[in-house]
Design a protein around this ligand. Structure first.
Ligand code: PMV
Length: 313
């Protein structure tokens, strides 16, 4: 049996904007998707045992099958191969946490191991990028890169098609965060397409917002490197406002973001594709983290309590 894993992630600055060449900042989280693959059976059989938001597996089913077809093609494997795939791990299937990219990395690694193929991380990342097209249409590559390598990263898509700019960043100490899930499954592909269409139709509105997003990512990087957490929080709030302006937030996301801020979070924003999915709040220290966690849980929403900037993942 072949086994493999991929990291979940939170985007701290720049989701959606990264698709268009604006740099983004992403951190892996301590939850992974794990896959086991065994040759045999009949066609591609998937047993998805992840904890998910209601309806996630059904909604993503066709995209998942397409992603595996894309993966096999990129790996040069006969599409008629029979494989039994089991997907599990600690990363829940909530939209916004890079669950699709984490599963693609995990499955590609498990397939490679099962078939005795030696594949570098660079190649795994490329395979997962091709697979991610099934879920995101025109992905930036930030999710598969975080899922493959882990850590805290600065990511800038190469719009000319060459290698993307990926820099590993280091922080003085990891920071506690809270991830709150709206429980709503989002269609990343539709969200990404929506932004591209609106941007094309209305450049007078969108171009200045994209410029602000670029400045924000740079300022966010500087604040993180200086460990100025108040500033990081303020910039996350600002990033959320830009995401609202480009039409990817939702009333549940705005509500959770407001709630986290009212409980003392240094900053909060939606994370990932939006339109449902998750928000991330910066909550340095165990006490603040616990306070924000309780408030969100109290309203009946699912919460993950984790850290960003941990070196080992
Ligand atoms: O919702 P997720 O976890 O798939 O994140 C999507 C991030 C986007 O920036 C919206 C798309 C991308 O490929 O970068």
């Amino acid at each position: 049996m072949g086994k493999g894993s991929g990291y979940g992630k939170v985007i701290l600055f720049g989701e959606h904007f990264v698709v268009h060449g604006v740099p983004g900042l992403v951190s892996a989280i301590d939850s992974t998707t794990d896959a086991e693959v065994q040759k045999g059976g009949k066609g591609i059989q998937i047993k998805d045992e992840r904890k998910t938001a209601k309806g996630y597996s059904e909604e993503k089913r066709l995209q998942q099958l397409e992603s595996i077809e894309r993966m096999l093609k990129t790996m040069g494997i006969d599409p008629k191969i029979s494989l039994s795939i089991r997907i599990g791990g600690t990363l829940p299937g909530f939209s916004g946490l890079g669950a699709s990219a984490a599963s693609s990395v995990a499955i590609a690694r498990a397939i490679a191991q099962e078939l005795g193929m030696q594949i570098s991380d660079e190649k795994i990342n490329q395979i997962a990028y091709e697979a991610e097209k099934a879920y995101a249409g025109n992905p930036s590559g930030i999710d598969n890169t975080a899922a493959t390598y882990g850590g805290l990263m600065w990511f800038k898509k190469n719009m000319a098609g060459g290698p993307d700019k990926v820099e590993r960043l280091h922080m003085r100490r990891p920071i506690e965060i809270i991830i709150g899930s709206t429980g709503k499954v989002a269609n990343t592909k539709a969200m990404v397409e929506g932004v591209a269409e609106r941007k094309k139709k209305n450049p007078e509105k969108y171009d200045p917002i994209f410029k602000q997003a670029e400045n924000l990512s740079h300022a966010g990087r500087k604040a993180l490197e200086n460990y100025d957490l108040k500033k990081v929080g303020e910039l996350m709030n600002e990033n959320h406002r830009l995401l609202q302006e480009i039409g990817v937030s939702s009333k549940e996301l705005d509500m959770l973001v407001d709630l986290a801020r009212k409980q003392g979070a240094f900053g909060a924003k939606l994370t990932g594709g939006g339109g449902g999915g998750c928000m991330v709040a910066l909550t340095p220290g165990k006490d603040l983290q616990g306070k924000v966690l309780s408030a969100i849980k109290y309203l009946g929403f699912e919460v993950l309590s984790t850290k960003i900037g941990v070196e080992k993942y």
